[in-house]
Design a protein around this ligand. Sequence first.
Ligand code: AMP
Length: 308
Amino acid sequence: MTRTLASHAGTPTSIRVFAAPDSMRDWSRRVRGAGRCLALVPTMGALHEGHRSLFRAAGEAGDAVAASIFVNPAQFGEGEDFEHYPRQLEADLEICAAEGVEAVYAPARGAVYAPAHSTWIVEEALAAPFEGACRPGHFRGVLTIVLKLFQVVEPDVAVFGQKDLQQALLIRRMVRDLDSPVQIRIAPTIRDADGLALSSRNAYLDADERQRALRLSRALRAAAQRLAAGETDTGRIRQAGRALLEGNGGLDVEYLEVADLETMQTPARVEGPVAIIGAVRVGRTRLIDNVIYPPGALAGLSAGASTS
Ligand code: AMP
């Protein structure tokens, strides 16, 4: 289906919206057959400035940009927000068109998961801590959908956000381990002016919760500053961050930890590139964020793909 929407210049622009895997793949093969490098940005929709930045990074990495919009049930656990996750396809298509995305793959659930779907992608090292420990089965759902999207869209490049750092590193590992030809790029986290990382889930926060949520990015920064000041003891670095999360009006902390960027394990002392990585609950909303030290260290990682 071709839709005509206004581009950022106000001129009408057409965007193709595919619900069926075969029609998506046909388009993609035509694009790549014409010698154009295709970059894919997988999303769950409810698009914001963070997604827009990925579309721009994809435009720099490739000649044509495709996005996928699919709220993947397999990556939500029982009692999580799958039912309530914001869905706004029309507004999302406007954003895609404005950012020069040429095609959107927006399948219905039944086009993605056949009845009695029973094949899953499981990674056994990087997936274990943090999000993997707090959300059992989450990464199994993520890796499976990402590989399925790669099978349908057949992109040359795919762009993911550092905001979901563990996910991005896992995808890079999967691509390397399973010989997928897709090149993985990781683009920086986009934040509001006050530091809050943009997230589709921020829409759940009321004004008071949003204010309290700021503590997460502040805590991560405080821990990174301690590191930058020369501290190498992981316990003291962690404590510098946690001190800002606890106390009056504190947040419900799931983890705030130092993670080696190559292994996602927590070192006793920091000797190489690390992430300070955190997850909190603010009311009923779960938020994650991270900062990398030294800044820019992602670009130097070995795991078989470049970064942006
Ligand atoms: P989602 O729609 O939340 O599944 O996210 C789709 C992609 O956008 C993932 O690669 C996320 O890491 C990325 N993303 C989400 N929030 C941000 C942000 N604030 N800055 C940059 N990328 C983001």
